[in-house]
Design a protein around this ligand. Structure first.
Ligand SMILES: *Cc1c(COP(=O)(O)O)cnc(C)c1O
Length: 444
């Protein structure tokens, strides 16, 4: 890291004041009038690798992880990175080498996880719709725990395990019926969504699981949603889960680990989520008060470990001012950054080389080239920009590249991981030929 001041505005070469850092992005800052990720120039990366380009800071990821690790110091805790947030092998390796396990949601993610060198015993398998094939794959790999989401799934997992002569380690994902007060599409802990076993059916489900010879009850799990910015929903969920642990153990079924899921939010646009260590200080105090502080604890954070460690660099292609709206058309699109289209999510968009002077009074809708009106990245943004300029879409480390698609036969972007003054291409840009590989033309 360089010793650039992070608070005071710095003057650019053109004399225009620019912000010294990017809000929420500890390892992104302006120096000499341009944006840097750690000690690497974003402009140089875009020149070398083209756009759209995802750039990640490894230091930012490790710093986010360190907050959890501080929070759990002296405890028996396992941090399982929820890899669906960003499943690039190099990012998995970053967390695995730092001691993490991985939370997977598909057989494909299991293959990635193993390729990244994770200890299978530190893999937990979440998700409402595991297939028999995926169950068998994970059993053979010797994963640490299946987080089971329904009675029907318990029965199928029991059958699959018995057919392999194995016992499946299980937790039940219970639905604590608390409101995580986040976007409805990313809230998962309420009664009316598809996730988990209802709180009032959980004890019966544990009795059922304990009676199945192919299963071995290990723990209990909950995950109440994503982009949670308050402590209260976590405390509520924890109380509800601990009530269940009391009841389940009272029924003679020991629970060896308690998994509190993921969901901690990040700063996209002025949110002020608690820091991971501060959150866990409060949660551990509650656990201690209820006598569970020395249990094996597990968590499954995704977004909070990677979200603000990444930006997506895009080039402004065309300015299209209009009567009602001014459109700024860029070369990144909804296939690269699906969150605005999916959830109307906000991503900050900042210039890579801020231009001198005030932004003209115009507000821009930043949109991509895809043939959908839903293909927008930001609305009504004040930007002083011209065609050819580079922009950085912020908070692009989580649920961007991992949700990217080939819609419009657009190749998925390249990804670069920065560490200090080094930048490594961790995924090459996808070509049209890559996309055609599995296809078959009709015979003449
Ligand atoms: C997605 C998911 C997570 C991670 O959620 P974040 O909001 O990214 O922290 C954890 N556990 C389960 C079961 C999930 O589905």
């Amino acid at each position: 890291m360089t010793s650039v001041p992070h608070s005071a505005p710095i003057s650019t070469a053109h004399g225009a004041p620019t912000p010294a850092s990017v809000p929420g992005h500890p390892h992104c800052h302006y120096r000499d009038g341009e944006l840097w990720v750690e000690a690497v120039s974003v402009t140089a990366l875009a020149r070398a690798h083209g756009t759209p380009l995802f750039v990640y800071s490894q230091a930012a990821m490790l710093q986010a992880l360190a907050a959890y690790q501080r929070g759990f110091a002296g405890r028996n805790a396992t941090i399982c990175y929820a890899m669906k947030a960003n499943s690039a092998l190099a990012i998995l390796q970053t967390f695995v080498r730092a001691g993490c396990g991985l939370d997977i949601v598909s057989g494909g993610e299991l293959v990635r996880a193993l390729r990244a060198g994770v200890d299978p015993a530190k893999v937990i398998f979440s998700g409402v719709g595991k297939t028999r094939t995926e169950m068998a794959q994970a059993l053979r790999a010797g994963i640490g725990c299946f987080n089971v989401e329904s009675l029907a799934e318990l029965d199928v997992l029991n059958e699959v395990a018995l057919s392999l002569g194995l016992r499946a380690p299980v937790s039940l994902r219970v639905n604590p019926d608390v409101d995580a007060r986040t976007h409805p599409y990313i809230s998962t802990g309420l009664k009316d969504n598809k996730f988990g076993v209802a709180h009032d059916q959980a004890l019966a489900a544990y009795r059922h699981a304990a009676g199945l010879p192919g299963l071995q009850v290990r723990g209990i799990d909950c995950h109440i949603g994503s982009q949670i910015t308050e402590v209260a929903p976590y405390l509520d969920a924890m109380d509800r889960v601990l009530d269940l642990v009391d009841a389940i153990e009272g029924a003679g079924i020991p629970i060896s680990h308690i998994d509190f899921g993921g969901g901690l939010g990040i700063q996209y646009h002025g949110e002020t989520p608690p820091a991971a260590d501060a959150l866990w200080q409060q949660l551990l105090a509650r656990l201690d008060a209820r006598g569970y502080g020395q249990r094996h604890l597990m968590i499954e954070p995704g977004r909070s470990l990677v979200g603000n460690a990444g930006i997506c660099v895009t080039e402004a292609l065309y300015l299209k001012p209009g009567e009602e709206k001014n459109f700024l058309i860029v070369d990144a699109a909804m296939n690269d950054l699906p969150r605005p289209a999916m959830y109307e999510a906000y991503h900050a968009i900042v210039p890579v080389q801020p231009r001198a002077g005030q932004a003209p009074g115009k507000l821009w809708d930043v949109v991509g080239p895809v043939c959908e009106s839903g293909d927008w990245l930001g609305r009504d943004r004040s930007l002083n920009v011209q065609a050819g300029d580079l922009l950085a879409v912020c908070s692009a480390g989580a649920y961007c590249m991992s949700m990217a698609s080939n819609y419009n036969t657009r190749g998925r972007a390249a990804e670069v991981l920065v560490s200090g003054d080094e930048a490594v291409v961790i995924r090459q840009r996808e070509t049209a030929e890559d996309q055609l590989l599995k296809e078959q033309t009709l015979p003449d």
